[in-house]
Design a protein around this ligand. Sequence first.
Ligand SMILES: Cc1cc2nc3c(=O)[nH]c(=O)nc-3n(C[C@H](O)[C@H](O)[C@H](O)COP(=O)(O)O)c2cc1C
Length: 385
Amino acid sequence: MSGLDRCHNVEDFRKMARSRLPSPFFHYLDGGADDEWSLRNNEAAFSRYSLLPALARDKGEIDLSVTVLGAPSSMPVMLSPTGMTRLFHREREIGVAKAANRAGLFYSLSTFGSTTIEDVAAANPGPKVFQVYITRDRNITRDLVERTRAAGFTALAVTVDTPTPGNRERDLHTGMTMPPRLSLASLFSFARSFGWTLDYLRDQNLSIANIDPSGAEFEAGGMSPVQYANHQIDPTISWADIEWLKGEWGGPMIVKGVLGVEEAKRAASAGANAIMISNHGGRQLDQCPAPIESLPAIRDAVGGDLELIVDGGVRRGTDIIKARALGADVCAIARPYLYALAAGGGKGVDRLLALLRAELERDLILMGKNKFEQVSAADVVMSPA
Ligand SMILES: Cc1cc2nc3c(=O)[nH]c(=O)nc-3n(C[C@H](O)[C@H](O)[C@H](O)COP(=O)(O)O)c2cc1C
């Protein structure tokens, strides 16, 4: 796959993904909810903080490594869960999971992934997370937890910000459907994305691989498998259900989708070991704070009780350093690796992660540091409004 050497940052991968994907899939990946204010603000909020360069630096190797939930990560970046990765490249979740493993980073598989828990575990022996939804039929969640344990995943992440799907208007404009349907409107974009369409013809399996649509409700309801999986997300979960999940799982648990101080405290009481401060990449409630904006108050409130993962809008090494300075343990990315996957499969993800690593190393040197863990609150200033 050529052309990857022309990608030098996330925006370059984004442009390449746009040129390769049928437009309904590009916009499904790229878009957010309502007016996409939160989507834009997730990135923009990072630029309200600045970093201080410094002269002095000890000699010695640059060390970006961190520990996340007791497991090593070669740099402070995790790969967030994303559903239906097969839409973007034939290598699907396997391509991303292998690239994460090569880079020594946590990979997260979504409940809505197009690859099974077991296949991801076989492809990636390193640290990994399974993201689960609490389903109306609790036996589905129970079964997913059991399979996650048997497959040797490091942690379970429960997403709590999706009681109903966000209003993604780009999908309405492009006619995005799951599974994709060939309409007159989409025909042109499929023909234009010749490489993608050829790949699709070779492997048309776009199923949600971990939820078996065989329940009585599915049989009776006339729903598609994707509609059935969406319908299964329980919109009424409470903190008692999170406690229940922790009891079922017993291992390290992340609550994903927290932005407020009170919710963060409740997550800790319900048994979370970490939270992903996240607004689902601006795809759910629009007009909510950016994760980086919520971080300082949450760190103040929870002290050292929770590991904090900033998830949303992270595009540069400098964003990751700002997050650390404001109290995060690690950052998570989703769209950046999906753009890279669409641009060039697992090799694209390798290149993206290598670029992020090089940025982080260079930025640390420019800030007079050897180790990522030396970054502190003294290194960041709030930019004048
Ligand atoms: C195409 C796409 C699919 C996603 N699917 C899921 C999912 O199945 N479960 C989940 O918890 N989050 C999902 N997310 C949200 C991401 O895990 C993550 O929270 C968010 O995208 C981070 O923001 P970023 O894309 O700016 O890095 C998805 C995001 C995208 C872009």
